[in-house]
Write a protein that binds this ligand. Sequence first.
Ligand code: HEC
Length: 154
Amino acid sequence: MLKSITLIAVSTVLLASFSSHAELSDKQAKNAVEFRKSIFQLVKSNVGPFGAMAKGKMPIDEALIEKNATRLHQLSLMIPDYFVADTRNNDVKTTALDTIWDNQGDFNQKAQNMTTKSKELLDAVKNNRSDEYVGKMRAIFGTCKACHDDYKAK
Ligand code: HEC
């Protein structure tokens, strides 16, 4: 009797640890990586003109700033959701570091910083505070670097 209770307890523990490591199939993990990379490709596309405007290689275009800052704001809100899927134990091609899933609070805070900075640029352009545009664009780039430094492989 005692022996069978012990056996049940041991197998329950084994099952619990097994399921926490095998939540995603490789196919699911591959999709998750594809989705999160797609977000960053759109981020790259929308932040590109800000790099050019900040360097004076492109004239300041307020309509474009408003459109792209709105998109960056939206995209930044998706980052935490698309990193819920923990792909550490799957065979996937990714530059996302495993430490993301040990520090999800901090990772999400770094996404939130991108949300805040893109909103600040949006507010500046809506209020025609043109002297602030370049500084606020640089601040958005700062949020990319802060997260990549800690959570993305080079
Ligand atoms: C909260 C963290 C975080 C923020 C903020 C962030 N990134 Fe990333 N980024 C990542 C991680 C993690 C990856 C790796 C994704 C993967 O390979 O699965 C990545 C990947 C990328 C990629 C490569 C995508 C691919 O197809 O492999 C680009 C480009 C990129 N980021 C651009 C940016 C830019 C530009 C910004 C700022 C406007 C930014 N990121 C903000 C975490 C972040």
